[in-house]
Design a protein around this ligand. Structure first.
Ligand SMILES: Cc1ncc(C[n+]2csc(CCOP(=O)(O)OP(=O)(O)O)c2C)c(N)n1
Ligand SMILES: [Mg+2]
Length: 334
């Protein structure tokens, strides 16, 4: 489904907002990678650069009370869902002001206060968490919906199919968003995928499946708006595959030498931020308004970096706090 009904197309102001979100993500990833290279950030950073239109377009029409779950490449989803960039940067720097008090790092960013259920390093466990949350919402007769973001690499993992089965069996309010960048770590996903197009697997569960150009925020947001609306009205699960490309290696340290340089060069030309700017230009929007959005986003990330650098690490005495005690009852209410 790529046809956009004019009634679903976003307005100029909405696209300007989405450009700001995309610019926040792009800049955040740039600073995160540089901070990893400089040794200020430890661990790993999976940059979302090049895929920004998906998080920005899907999350635009979600309410704050709705939920998202994410994977290892989760910074963009968190920013688009409204998690504070300052708290996220602090988390990457291991500082106590971070979303998890500096103890989680890049792949464990979560903030329930704005519906971010968590990044997740296990493929595809964010999806099963999303389905669990959707089941809780249904049992409690609440109106929120859940979006599960995952990559094409997850399409060959068993737990994904358990999640699809459960979601369709109980008609749960969940939108599955597959960010198809064609790669699973160093492999082209198609070289490890049997059978016809994996979208057929999704359809075999009876889940309506749609495809969109993931580098075009106008298209992503228009289709997402429609799907979110259907889910709110009780359609049960929907599936959206968004074709895209990750600009850098799997991790910031990966040079991506397994990819053809012409392929990368071509992909870089299909820049989601430039695509959105061109759309705005076609609507006679003054380029200065676009540049202001991008500059504002850069300022926010610069301030986040300053804060992360200046903030304290957690106290040594807190090292054993925030650890789940097997005998302790956990309040799992959302
Ligand atoms: C259960 C499990 N097996 C293997 C891995 C190692 N691993 C990390 S990311 C990944 C796949 C990444 O591809 P994709 O899901 O398409 O996401 P992308 O990195 O392309 O955004 C794998 C296999 C893992 N994290 N979890
Ligand atoms: Mg992938």
């Amino acid at each position: 489904m790529t046809f956009i009904d004019q009634n679903d197309a976003p307005t100029v102001d909405e696209v300007l907002h989405m450009i700001t979100t995309m610019a926040l993500i792009r800049e955040f990833e740039e600073v995160a990678a540089q901070s990893l290279f400089s040794g200020e950030v430890r661990g790993s950073v999976h940059q979302y650069s090049g895929q920004e239109a998906i998080a920005a377009g899907v999350c635009y029409y979600l309410n704050q009370s709705d939920f998202v779950s994410s994977n290892h490449r989760g910074h963009g989803h968190a920013i688009a869902k409204g998690v504070s960039c300052e708290k996220m940067m602090c988390e990457l720097f291991g500082k106590s002001a971070g979303t998890s008090g500096g103890k989680g790092g890049s792949m464990h960013i979560a903030d329930f206060s704005c519906g971010m259920l968590g990044a997740n390093g296990v493929v595809p466990d964010g999806v099963t968490i999303a389905v669990g949350a959707a089941h809780a919402i249904k049992m409690q007769r609440r109106g929120e919906i859940v979006v599960a973001f995952f990559g094409d690499g997850a399409l060959n993992r068993g737990p994904l199919f358990e999640a699809f089965n459960w979601a369709t069996l109980f008609k749960l309010p969940v939108l599955f968003v597959c960010e198809d960048n064609s790669y699973s770590v160093t492999l082209q996903t198609k070289t490890v995928t049997g059978g016809p197009d994996p979208i057929e697997r999704v359809r075999s569960f009876g889940i309506p499946s749609h495809e969109v150009n993931g580098n075009n925020v106008v298209e992503v947001s228009a289709v997402s708006k429609k799907l979110i609306d259907l889910i709110r009205k009780g359609s049960g699960p929907q599936f959206l595959r968004a074709k895209t490309y990750r600009w850098f290696g799997h991790l910031a340290h990966d040079k991506g030498l397994y990819r053809d340089s012409a392929e990368v060069e071509n992909a870089l030309k299909d820049d989601p931020i430039k695509n959105a700017s061109s759309w705005l230009k076609s609507k006679n929007v003054n380029i200065e308004r676009v540049q202001n959005c991008i500059q504002n986003a850069r300022n926010v990330i610069f301030d986040s970096l300053t804060m992360a650098r200046q903030s304290p690490f957690p106290l040594e005495s807190s090292a054993f706090e925030d650890i789940q005690d097997a005998n302790q009852e956990v309040d799992l209410e959302l």
